[in-house]
Ligand binder design. Structure first.
Ligand SMILES: Cc1cc2nc3c(=O)[nH]c(=O)nc-3n(C[C@H](O)[C@H](O)[C@H](O)COP(=O)(O)OP(=O)(O)OC[C@H]3O[C@@H](n4cnc5c(N)ncnc54)[C@H](O)[C@@H]3O)c2cc1C
Length: 488
């Protein structure tokens, strides 16, 4: 029997997970990607799903489909709940079903989640923006607020709070969300309602920092603020959120004043916290975590004391690398190359070096800011660059074509192609959160399941199919198929 191949387990199907898996395509390894969603998510365009420009399918294609032609890769659905560094196993769960997957090399790319800076209770009324669920919930809340305002206005009620939208966090995501809600109110929806004037909606962008888009520098930050204000967004800086409830957000201004902003729709786009798997790795390896829960790794992205374990992307604290897609992509490719090189007996690579390709933020149609090296771009040129780059990076030809079509509809026209919302989009998160075991409480408990045996069975069946296919090919080539006419 042939010796088993080197097993690589990849945790996560985001930028790090997907690009790491793809980079192992030609390597003599078996890759198992374990991820808690069945899709790869292009997070930079989540705000466009939330504001009705794109569909969720366009930014979140099925990982299984992307990897369908990569013969050495398989995908397992499951939330990783444990990593045992000594036993070299990863334990994952889905709907109460547990799977234990063994590895020889491990790439952990579980990313980050929204941080409420110790006030997780804010999340009930101020959803974050990290997942398809978040974006669809926000879509339901934003479009729903206009609907409720129309109803209220019909009944003669005060609808100011329904027409007030507060975005917390003036980083790229907050800027993009505020800009898009302003465009919705002032352009897209202005003719659709009879009892409210959507143009009277207030869009407020709040941040405790003294400027918009801090990583872009003072000049571009000021330019972005100016553009947002032209769109009608109220930019409030130096304002710290101290409370969030169903009806309002309370802030403390830098002069000590406290203000309660009455608003129905709140969006949290401030702060991230690395995946809790960082803590699991830290507890076993002794590698320290920083305040955002990111784990310190070696310059070759390995976990101290565990050269077979790589951590990449938003989870790592190394040389002040930013939490951006390119850090995850380049880190994952580096880890894959190291694993392949080791199997081929090559010299270790030089330490990981991040190549900064620049950053961009879109403000509204035809308006964006970009920082590429020392080059600062604004306006239409930056916007066109943003458009071209995002088209390149969206996964799959089909999604690129439909996204382009939807951008035409939204940017050249007035429409939004994806305005469908449902009650469940808005309330399912809270409902599931009230169940002790989450969605697992809604299904029958699983019978005994031997994951290792099941994986062996899958491999056996695959081998059987491959043998049958090669036998068929041999018969065809040898002309031994069918009945020869002269023998009749
Ligand atoms: C709204 C938004 C806008 C952004 N805009 C930009 C931008 O314009 N440009 C840019 O460069 N960057 C942007 N970023 C940042 C960028 O998306 C991240 O830096 C990048 O996704 C990090 O890649 P990653 O692989 O580390 O994590 P992710 O891409 O987040 O992937 C993490 C993966 O792990 C999975 N996962 C998490 N926990 C578990 C678990 N316990 N078990 C199994 N699977 C798990 C997740 O489901 C996901 O598949 C943005 C982020 C957000 C949220």
């Amino acid at each position: 029997m042939a010796a088993p191949r080197h097993r690589v387990v990849v945790v996560g199907s985001g930028f790090g997970g997907l690009f790491g898996t793809k980079a192992l395509k030609g390597a003599d390894v078996d890759v198992t990607m374990v991820a808690k969603t069945t899709h790869h998510l292009f997070q930079p365009l989540l705000y466009q799903v939330a504001t009705g420009i794109l569909s969720e399918g366009e930014i979140a294609p099925p990982t299984r489909e992307i990897l369908s032609s990569q013969r050495n890769a398989q995908v397992l659905l499951g939330t990783v709940t444990g990593i045992d560094l000594d036993a070299r196993t990863v334990t994952s769960h889905v709907l109460g079903r547990e799977t234990v997957t063994a590895y020889d090399s491990l790439i952990v790319a579980a990313g980050a989640k929204q941080s409420y800076f110790g006030n997780d209770q804010f999340s009930e009324y101020a959803p974050g923006m990290k997942s398809i669920d978040d974006a669809l919930e926000l879509r339901g809340r934003i479009f729903g607020a206009f609907e409720m305002a129309e109803l209220g206005a019909n009944r003669g009620e005060d609808v100011d709070s329904l027409l007030t939208f507060v975005v917390v966090g003036a980083g790229p995501t907050g800027v993009e969300m505020a800009g898009q809600i302003a465009e919705l109110a002032h352009r897209t929806l202005r003719r659709d309602f009879r009892s409210i004037n959507t143009r009277s909606a207030r869009v407020i962008l709040l941040d405790a920092a003294p400027q918009v888009l801090p990583p872009f520098g003072v000049k571009l930050g000021a330019k972005a603020q100016q553009e947002l204000e032209k769109l009608g967004v109220e930019v409030v800086l130096g304002a710290m959120v101290t409370d969030v409830d169903e009806g309002a957000i309370t802030v403390q201004h830098k002069d000590g004043r406290t203000e309660r902003i009455v608003c129905a729709t709140k969006i949290w786009a401030a702060g991230v916290q690395a995946s809790s798997l960082g803590r699991t790795l830290s507890e076993q390896s002794g590698a320290p975590l920083d305040r955002a829960g990111r784990i310190a790794v070696n310059p070759d992205l390995t976990l101290p004391g565990y050269p077979e374990v790589f951590v990449v992307g938003d989870m790592i604290a190394l040389d002040n690398l930013p939490g951006v897609a390119q850090v995850a992509i380049q880190g994952a490719k580096y880890a894959a190359k190291t694993i392949d090189g080791r199997l081929k007996g090559r010299q270790p690579l030089e330490p990981f070096k991040y190549f900064d390709k620049g950053s961009m933020a879109i403000i509204s149609r035809f308006r964006a800011v970009a920082l590429i090296g020392k080059l600062r771009l604004t306006g239409v040129i930056a916007w066109l660059m943003w458009l071209a780059l995002h088209l390149i990076y969206i996964t799959g030809f089909k999604s690129r074509v439909t996204a382009l079509l939807h951008w035409f509809v939204s940017f050249l026209g007035r429409g939004r192609s994806e305005r469908t919302t449902t009650e469940q989009q808005v309330y399912a998160r809270a409902a599931l959160g009230r169940l002790k075991g989450g969605a697992a409480d809604l299904v029958s408990s699983p019978g005994a399941y031997d994951a290792a045996q099941a994986m062996l069975e899958i491999s056996r069946r695959q081998q059987e199919l491959e043998d049958r296919a090669s036998e068929e090919a041999r018969l065809t080539d040898a002309g031994e198929r069918g009945v020869k006419t002269e023998e009749r």
